[in-house]
Design a protein around this ligand. Structure first.
Ligand SMILES: [Zn+2]
Ligand SMILES: [Zn+2]
Length: 239
């Protein structure tokens, strides 16, 4: 985009802080005040596998010590609480698809912290079922994935995975039961598109990782080489 067009767009469509809606300069996702309020996981000591904060000396969190994951690592931007939680709820449940760019910006900030990021061949967003998509009007993780793919200069694989059915709320289930519940929920539609590829899978929130792990599993079964995950937020482990 030419500088002229860019400054024209900035004038009429200025970037806004995704948390408080204040106008921010440049392509920033959050204003300096909100930046201070977020708990960025890049600043914390985190689990090498899933990004959950861990105590000193540990490499993996308790959950990852118990359950093996199919994905190689999850890069989560910040802890799912307060302002970020409110922004994600607005984004998902209050028809605010416009927040996707700012939220994707948080994922990009997290990825930018790595000196040696894996070389991704493709980006995929966790899909919604047809029924849920009809209700919501947009797929929140796919919109995030679109921005991440654009900014990383990596191909976005659209409609590559299908969510065949919805599962009942998972929050009260154990990890093993969540995994069982998710079996057969997703399907790889175009296995030839994922064969041999290193894939970055995008979702909004990482809780136990059961959903992204199920998708990682079917992508690997379809011939993908390696799966990484990146999420905007990570829920705190119950202690
Ligand atoms: Zn703000
Ligand atoms: Zn972990």
């Amino acid at each position: 985009m030419s500088k002229k067009i860019e400054s024209f767009l900035n004038l009429f469509f200025p970037s806004r802080c995704v948390l408080c809606d204040r106008v921010v300069k440049g392509k920033k996702s959050v204003c300096s005040e909100c930046y201070e309020k977020l708990t960025f996981l890049s600043d914390e000591r985190t689990c090498k596998k899933c990004s959950h904060p861990i105590s000193e000396g540990a490499v993996l969190c308790d959950a990852c010590l118990v359950h093996q994951h199919y994905f190689t690592a999850n890069f989560a931007a910040a802890v799912y609480k307060k302002e970020l939680r409110e922004a994600i709820i607005k984004y998902k449940f209050y028809k605010r698809p416009d927040l996707h760019r700012g939220l994707a910006g948080l994922i990009l900030m997290r990825l930018a912290k790595f000196d040696l990021l894996p070389k991704f061949d493709a980006v995929i967003g966790v899909p919604l079922s047809e029924k849920r998509l009809e209700e919501r009007g947009y797929e929140q993780a796919v919109l995030l994935a679109k921005v991440v793919a654009e900014e990383l200069g990596v191909k976005l694989l659209k409609r590559c995975i299908k969510k065949i059915k919805d599962v009942p709320a998972q929050s009260k289930l154990s990890y093993a039961n969540r995994q069982k519940n998710l079996r057969g929920v997703f399907k790889v539609i175009n296995p030839e598109k994922v064969k041999g590829k290193v894939i970055l899978l995008i979702d909004d929130i990482y809780t136990t990782g059961a959903t992204v792990d199920e998708i990682a599993k079917i992508l690997l079964e379809a011939g993908a080489k390696e799966i990484y995950v990146a999420t905007v937020a990570l829920t705190e482990l119950e202690s």
